[in-house]
Design a protein around this ligand. Structure first.
Ligand SMILES: [Fe+2]
Ligand SMILES: [Fe+2]
Length: 213
């Protein structure tokens, strides 16, 4: 049956199913608008942190390839993801170079560390949590890069951040698809909801930083 032919009842049911087995991660808590004000006022610091985020995203893709080579499609997807994230990193580093900024050491990311603590041990649980946490970080990054794209006034930077936001949004969907490859739908949905609740609490608790997270 084509979409237009569904009765109202069937249509509502379909919407309900869509929510249950969504193909994208929907964050439970929006970023505080004060974060954007802070990020724009100390944008150079945000750029440096952003470079470290892209570096970690590329490294995590290769780490997942190393850990789970048996998941169908994962090696090629993670190889492509690592290449994309490394390309993002190279572009951020170029912008930094143009502004005379040095990368320096990674000061650590309390947000990623907080999410790390939510992950379970045990082979199967750990695998699912790694995919879902990676997806949640991509979803939060996509949200914040889109906020930067809106808030920045420089046309080239606006375009750059809008493009990256779209790319990270694609990555969150990729990680959710991988999670659905390795676990039943209800298991994925339950765990995703738990992790999103934890992420929202973390976002609410952490002080705002001149950083992506
Ligand atoms: Fe990226
Ligand atoms: Fe990404």
């Amino acid at each position: 049956m084509r979409r237009g032919e569904a009765t109202q009842e069937e249509g509502e049911q379909r919407v309900g199913e869509g929510k249950l087995n969504s193909d994208e991660i929907t964050l439970h808590r929006a970023t505080d608008p004060a974060w954007l004000t802070l990020a724009l006022s100390r944008f150079d610091e945000v750029l440096i942190d952003h470079a470290h985020c892209e570096k970690k995203a590329a490294a995590n893709a290769l780490s997942l390839l190393q850990a789970f080579p048996e998941v169908p499609g994962l090696p090629a997807q993670m190889a492509r993801l690592a290449r994309e994230e490394a390309a993002h990193l190279a572009r951020v580093l170029q912008i930094m170079e143009d502004r005379g900024l040095i990368l320096g050491r990674d000061g650590g990311d309390p947000y990623a560390q907080g999410l790390q603590k939510l992950m379970r041990n045990g082979q199967k649980d750990r695998q699912l949590d790694r995919f879902l946490v990676a997806g949640i970080i991509e979803a939060r990054s996509a949200e914040r890069l889109a906020l930067l794209a809106e808030g920045l006034t420089d046309v080239a930077l606006k375009k750059f951040y809008a493009e990256l936001a779209t790319s990270e949004d694609g990555h969150q969907k990729l990680f959710l698809r991988l999670a659905r490859e390795i676990a039943p739908g209800d298991v994925v949905n339950t765990r995703l909801a738990e992790l999103l609740t934890g992420e929202a609490a973390l976002i609410a608790a952490l002080p705002l930083r001149a950083a992506i997270h």
